[in-house]
Every structure is written in structure tokens, then in C-alpha cells.
Design a protein around this ligand. Sequence first.
Ligand code: SF4
Ligand code: FES
Length: 260
Amino acid sequence: METRTLTLHVWRQNGPTGTGSFKTYEAKDVNEHMSFLEMLDDLNEKLISRGEEEITFDHDCREGICGACGMVVNGYAHGPRERTTTCQLHMREVFKLGWTEVWIEPWRAKAFPLVKDLMVDRSAFDRIQHAGGYISVRTGSARDANETPIQKQIADSAMDAATCIGCGACVASCPNASASLFTSAKVGHLGTLPQGVPEREIRVRNMVAQMDAEGFGSCTNHGECEAACPKGISVDWIARMNREFVRAMVTAKDDVDARD
Ligand code: SF4
Ligand code: FES
């Protein structure tokens, strides 16, 4: 089993209004089978035993599911391995690249205010979801799923969009800090399925409006979001959302004209 010593430059910032800076640590005996977060756990234990304050970072499932563990590793959102969250990144992947120094930063976007060190507040995503990420059904009386036949092609397409874990890597990697990939995945997931059709227009209008209100930037087709996305969400969903949005705005205008 290979072990190495790494020099880590970690962003330390004591709260949203504090002035942050990189602090350098020596991480000794990092073994190849550790995950990136386990390497930070180990460093934190050493910091605590020395009476120093541990590094704050977000995590939950450590299985690539919850989307909490976002951080920028040597300039890559979630680290250098494609389609991999930070919690699923193993140190052998870092060793393979020959990195001896690693710079670790939080997501940087106005709409994701920093909480502390590497942790940011991603509740802007929750508010986008609340604006339209639902379907109207009577709770407690859900119909059997098999009552609504859905072509496999459509189910597969909806599932592709539904794999978005809301991690925010798309925002962190975009030069405009755009949330278009996230929002389009949520709009696309529900809008593709028959159960989501009744709210299709209001959903896209409200979710796009909320995305803008949160202060995310515009999409200018860089494609960095798709490259950084651990779930491989395609930028095609952004094009679909834009078409859906134009359609919904035209429908809304027609409704107003018909009432006048
Ligand atoms: S689209 Fe990808 S990168 Fe963006 S929040 Fe969803 S899973 Fe994360
Ligand atoms: S901790 Fe849940 S995806 Fe990484």
C-alpha cells in the first residue's frame, strides 16, 4: 500500500464576512485507499490533537448521492476525476497525477455565500426547487405507478435529468456562475414525464425567475458545467429548458391577449 506526504493549501475563512486566506498543512501518511474526505478527516484529527481549529467542510452520504461534499481541488470542481464527487475521489487518483501540492477551495459564487472554510450555503438551489420542482397530486392517494404507461425512451431521458444531485459543481465551474445546468435538469426531469405536464409552463417560468432572482449568472455556452458535473448531465438540457421557456412565455402572452 502506497503512502505519501502531501502539502495542502486549504482556504480558511472564519464566516461569511471574514477575510479568507490559504493556510498550508503537511498531510503525512496519506494512503492510496483513502478518499479525499478521509484524508481531510485525518488532518482534522491531527489539528484537534494539537489544539488547532479543524477545517470545516460539508459532507453527508459519502456515496456520491447527496451532493454536499463540493470543493475545488487544484482548480477542478470535485477534483480531477470525471464523473466523481469529492467523497468518491480516492487518493490513488491524486497520486497518479503526481501532485505533491493540493490547493483546496470552496465553491466560489455570489449565490452560494460562504459559511466557513470550505462550506458554502447552497439553499439557493432549494428555493429554485421550491419554485417549481413538484407535481400536483393529492397526497396520501398516489396512484399505482403502473397505471400511467411511459415509453422506455421517455423514462430513461427523465431519469438522466433526475440523476442531478444538486451539488453545485456546475455553478462553481462556470465562468458566469450560472445555475442553468442544475435548473434545466430539474425542469427537464419533471417536464418530460406525463405526471409533470400540467405544471409544465408555470414550472419553467417560476424556476427560471427564481434562478435569476438568486443572482446566478447567465449561460453563455462554455460547457464547463457538463465537464464538471459528477452525474454527466448534458448541456442539451439547457437548450431544452430555453425552448420550453420561450414556449411558456408565448403561451402566457397569448393568455393575456385573449383576456384583453
Ligand atoms: S447538474 Fe450536475 S453539477 Fe450541477 S448540481 Fe446537478 S449534479 Fe451537480
Ligand atoms: S458526501 Fe454525499 S455526494 Fe459526497
